[in-house]
Design a protein around this ligand. Sequence first.
Ligand code: S3P
Length: 425
Amino acid sequence: MKTLRIEKTKKFNVEIDDIASDKSISHRCAIFSLLSDKISKIRNYLEAEDTLNTLKITELLGAKVEKKDGTIFITPPLKINEPKEVLDCGNSGTAMRLFMGFLAGVEGFFVLSGDKYLNSRPMKRVGEPLKKIGAKIDGVKNGNFAPISIRGEKLRTFDYESKISSAQVKSALILAALNVDGDSFFYEPELSRDHSENMLKTMGADISVENNKIKIKKSKNALKPLDIYVPNDPSSAFFFAVAAAITPNSKVILKNLLLNKTRVEAYKILAKMGTKIEFIEHSNAYESVGDIVVEYAPLKAVEVTENISWLIDELPALSIAFANANGVSRVRGAKELRVKESDRISTVVENLKLCGIKTHEVEDGYDVVGSDMKEAIIDSFGDHRIAMSFAIAGLKCGMQVNDFECINTSFPNFINILKRITKVE
Ligand code: S3P
């Protein structure tokens, strides 16, 4: 198991243009290419474990994947292939849940599985609504855990009101609805990231959205292929935003990021805490894209109780900012954190305690009392975002992070970039 030692740093001023490509958009590029009958062209696809697994699955389902001069070309099959292999989603909940929705209405038999972390995350949130419209889905513990088996069936239309705001649940149901004759409706309590709706509409899908209610209708013809440049991932870039926010006199320019409003909320929370943040949009094709400039200023505590689904991936890194702020920060309404790559409420709280920070844990959140962080040896619990968040904390006080290789699921270039601002072994 790989261990990373991070040394305390002094002020820095850097421009970073090689942040990992967006993970959510990359997964969707691979999966959505199967909805067209023409070749999709994808530049800057994320070459990390999670999204390479998704690409491998599209190949096993019959697509031809070629890479030329950094561009990925995906030729979809005429008919989805019934693979003899288990479809390995690795660590990725997005891959597993979106493929469940896509495959539920496709003729054939499919088995989805993943690593020990993914196979202990709940899949009923997608399996149950799909079963209600005729899907034949099963798995461990009454279908709640992978390995998940799917026998593709003809599905019925639906009007589903989701209790949680989850882009994975929403996307799975949209993918299922695109295979059903007639109108289907999906409602979520608050808008979750909306890349599926945006991308599928651009591909010509019949999708309309009003007051968090989405209407989906099967298209008569195959969708248009994708021709897309995947922007850099604002959730991956956020680790370096926090680095600048906690290091006096530091500044970072994060280049070519996806600026979709459901993905940059954490930067707005940092701004509320006192950090200087500037958004500079420079294009808008499938999504808004631009740079974010982050400059140090003393941090004050904050309460986070709204738009949790827009912060779900950044709360571990934000917690490092909370620990460095003046006062008590509070997160509530964030129960979903407990079913991520790790139980992120307990992994954040346990690791902050090891760094000498006072915390208080409740079922749907936690409090963090800002004070001086101490060097510690912490465990990533196999969760890439926990590993990278505490590596960034190390810039302030030094840190050893065990089980660090999990960062390869989303951001293999993280250590190279970190080396530009501190010593790392
Ligand atoms: C994702 C949705 C989020 C997020 C995950 C990626 C996506 O999960 O945490 O990292 O690409 O749809 P939920 O939709 O389950 O909240």
